[in-house]
Design a protein. Structure first.
Length: 540
């Protein structure tokens, strides 16, 4: 049983071997094996044909019994006759029933003038062997050395007048050592040449296969780099007329789509995280901002309740004051009540404005459709400038109108008025008193902000400016650049966020150009309406 398990494991290992073998090794091995098989077949066929051709020439001479009949008969009936055919021929006669052949023609020396005798062929004289090779040429070795003999055996009867008839087997052999030496030499040459060809083919094949598989290596390296996180890697371009070139192009197209999908997913995840963080921050900031006016309202209400109300409010207030242990002089006077109610009204108003702002942002986040009507942005800007001049008469507030088409945009007039009002309020609130403000309204063709004709409103203050971090966060909700400024004067940090949301809802862009100590220029850009086609001239 253990032996069978080992055999089974080894067989499984052998079966898995092709799967573990590299492709280049498989290709080179297959090419070398096919070439080796082809060379072997060519060598075997060529050597066999050559040997057959050479031996057929000898066999045609040996397979003619009539050619040897006279020599054998002369030998049998005229023993004194001497026969000589050189050193390559051997002829013998084996009488019927005899076990020893009678030599008729013996081979002589291998080289003229040499004393070396050629050993005769080692021919079996058994009846079975003779019967099996009757008339069939066969090659047998010599009795010694490495000589080869081509032997033909045939039975024949001989008759001589006065001597009767005799029969036996004639053995004729021809020395074919040179033929086999030639064949062996050719086989050795074929073997050497085949080895050289295989070695050269292996070297060339390795170079060609390595060069041919280099694109696959590049693909492997590219895949490894992508797996490590480098999604920008691509397969080197190859000739698209080749299979590898088409494969590389397809892979690059696929990798581009994968990279785009991956980045889209990253952006989506980042946006989701930012949205979640913004939502959490929004809830936290909204709770904080709402808590302040609510706390104030509750405090004043509790203060009013504890002080027993105003004088002259009837027995109920007197009873409440008596129960609370307050003297008549400690109760609230009418001016106190008026002041408390005024503060409650202020905080309620502030709370209502904050709730309205948050509700507006929530509706914009839901991408609810807004009203689309032609609105003259110049009129809204002029109104906002005039209002600011009334609020801050000591400030120098200038309005500059650029040349171009009529400043008509499609949108909600009330919301666009709120946008410009918020920009003006931001400039008035966050700059020292007396700081001048420049307002510009300009018409543009397609530019880097919008790729369509547009109108830009710029509010340029000459205040302290913003840092880079403050400028980046200026349009965030509940963000205030000056954290030390009170909420009453500094707002809740929703004004610019509303500006950004409304402008985006109208298909525009918003931004700020600033530097510390150089003031800040807040701008909005909105697409011009189709009606804004008539040119304007002059500059106010």
């Amino acid at each position: 049983m253990p032996s069978g398990s080992r055999l089974s494991r080894r067989w499984q290992q052998v079966q898995r071997l092709p799967g573990r073998t590299p492709l280049r090794t498989k290709l080179i091995t297959a090419v070398l094996a096919l070439v080796a098989i082809a060379l072997s077949i060519i060598s075997i066929v060529g050597i066999s044909l050559l040997r057959g051709h050479l031996l057929n020439q000898i066999d045609s001479q040996l397979e003619s019994p009539d050619g040897w009949h006279g020599y054998v008969q002369h030998y049998l009936f005229h023993p004194s006759l001497t026969l000589s055919f050189g050193g390559l021929l051997w002829v013998a006669y084996l009488p019927s029933g005899a076990s020893q052949a009678q030599l008729i023609v013996a081979p002589v020396t291998a080289q003229p003038g040499s004393s070396e005798q050629i050993p005769p062929p080692a021919i079996p004289t058994s009846a079975a062997w003779l019967a099996a090779h009757d008339g069939v040429p066969v090659t047998v070795p010599g009795e010694s050395g490495r000589r080869k003999w081509r032997v033909v055996v045939y039975r024949q009867s001989f008759f001589a007048p006065g001597q009767g008839t005799t029969s036996g087997t004639v053995l004729v052999a021809y020395d074919v050592t040179s033929i086999y030496q030639t064949v062996d030499a050719l086989a050795l040459i074929d073997l050497i040449v085949s080895g050289i060809v295989l070695v050269a083919l292996a070297v060339v094949g390795i170079a060609i296969v390595r060069t041919s598989l280099r694109p696959l290596t590049d693909i492997e390296l590219t895949a490894g780099a992508i797996a490590e996180g480098d999604l920008s890697r691509r397969v080197p371009d190859r000739d698209p007329r080749t299979e590898v070139g088409r494969l590389g192009r397809s892979l690059n197209a696929m990798l581009t789509q994968i990279e785009a999908a991956f980045h889209a997913r990253e952006r989506s995840e980042a946006a989701a995280r930012r949205s979640e963080e913004k939502m959490r921050q929004f809830v936290a900031d909204a709770s904080h901002e709402l808590r302040t006016p609510l706390t104030a309202i509750r405090g004043y209400a509790e203060y009013y309740r504890q002080r027993g109300g105003a004088t002259g409010n009837g027995a109920r207030h007197a009873a409440a004051s008596t129960e609370s242990g307050l003297a008549a002089d400690d109760r609230l006077s009418e001016p106190d009540v008026d002041r408390i109610m005024e503060r409650v009204e202020q905080e309620s108003t502030r709370l209502g404005v904050l709730v309205e702002d948050m509700l507006l942002l929530a509706r914009l986040d839901q991408q609810r459709p807004i009203e689309r009507r032609p609105v003259d942005l110049l009129t809204l800007t002029a109104d906002a400038v005039q209002d600011a001049r009334m609020i801050a008469p000591r400030r120098k507030i200038e309005l500059t109108v650029g040349r171009g088409a009529a400043f008509l945009v499609l949108g909600d007039e009330a919301r666009l008025r709120q946008v410009i009002t918020n920009l003006m309020s931001n400039a008035l609130t966050h700059t020292p008193d007396g700081t001048p403000i420049d307002v510009r309204i300009l018409a543009h063709g397609p530019d880097g902000r919008l790729l369509v004709p547009s109108v830009t409103v710029e509010v340029d203050d000459h205040g302290p400016g913003l840092s880079k971090e403050q400028a980046e966060r200026a349009f965030e909700r509940f963000y205030r650049a000056d954290q030390a400024r009170g909420r009453k004067t500094g707002g809740a940090g929703l004004g610019l966020a509303i500006v950004a949301a409304l402008v985006e809802a109208h298909g525009g862009a918003v931004g700020v150009d600033t530097a510390p100590g150089s003031g800040a220029t807040f701008w909005i850009t909105l697409p011009l309406a189709a009606e804004a086609a008539s040119p304007r001239s002059g500059q106010e």
